[in-house]
Design a protein around this ligand. Structure first.
Ligand code: C5P
Length: 204
């Protein structure tokens, strides 16, 4: 039997296991599988077909069709897909079908780093190394916040930088900075601006 080396990495979302898995796979020249993408692929298929996420037979079919060599991270990384993935991940038959594929992947020489939630416990209980990567919920939330901030900045840059109809205030726009305002305060401030204009108009 060919010897393969398996590193199993489990842990909650945002603990940094994906980055760690990639670095370790590079360093030890092992194949890499983010098993979360397999659950995401099933969820994405159901969303695409407009089917409910608890449609067991459709989810099973989608799971059988998952091709580990064609997991498109760009498409599957959307937040909504992750939410949906955690819903299809409760279906035992879907798990069984995906775990089978994940085990075959792990057995392919020279071996692999797999990351997910059940790698050390279910997928590869005989893994050579098992890591459980975690961080406090507070720290994970802070990391998520940093990602959201980067997303917002990228989007603003695109909207403001495009040649056709970029985002910018009209020269005669009233500036309303809501940084320090809750929605009610923003509504009152907008109303004050509008009422002021209306009063000037009726006075003119
Ligand atoms: O890790 P990622 O956010 O991509 O995983 C998406 C969802 O897939 C998780 O929230 C979890 O419900 C499910 N999952 C799982 N078992 C794995 C990997 C992911 O149940 N091994």
């Amino acid at each position: 039997m060919t010897h393969t080396f398996t590193i199993a990495i489990d842990g909650p979302a945002g603990a940094g296991k994906g980055t760690l898995a990639r670095r370790l796979a590079d360093h030890y020249r092992l194949n890499l599988l983010d098993t979360g993408l397999t659950y995401r692929a099933v969820a994405h298929k159901l969303l695409q077909l407009g089917l409910p996420l608890d449609n067991v037979s459709a989810a099973e079919t989608a799971a059988r069709q998952v091709d580990l060599s064609k997991l498109d991270r760009a498409v599957l990384s959307a937040h909504a897909v992750g939410e949906a993935a955690s819903k299809v991940a409760v279906i035992p038959t879907v798990r069984r079908i995906l775990v089978e594929k994940q085990r075959d992947f792990a057995k392919t020489p020279p071996g692999a780093v797999l990351d997910g939630r059940d790698i050390g416990t279910v997928v590869c209980p005989d893994a050579d190394i098992k890591l459980y990567v975690t961080a406090s919920a507070e720290v994970r939330a802070r990391r998520r916040l940093a990602e959201i901030l980067a997303d917002i900045e990228r989007r603003d840059e695109r909207d403001m930088g495009r040649a056709d109809s970029p985002l910018k205030p009209a020269v005669d726009a009233h500036l309303l900075d809501t940084s320090e305002m809750a929605i009610e305060a923003a509504f009152l401030a907008a109303m004050a601006i509008i009422d002021d204009v209306l009063a000037k108009r009726s006075g003119a």
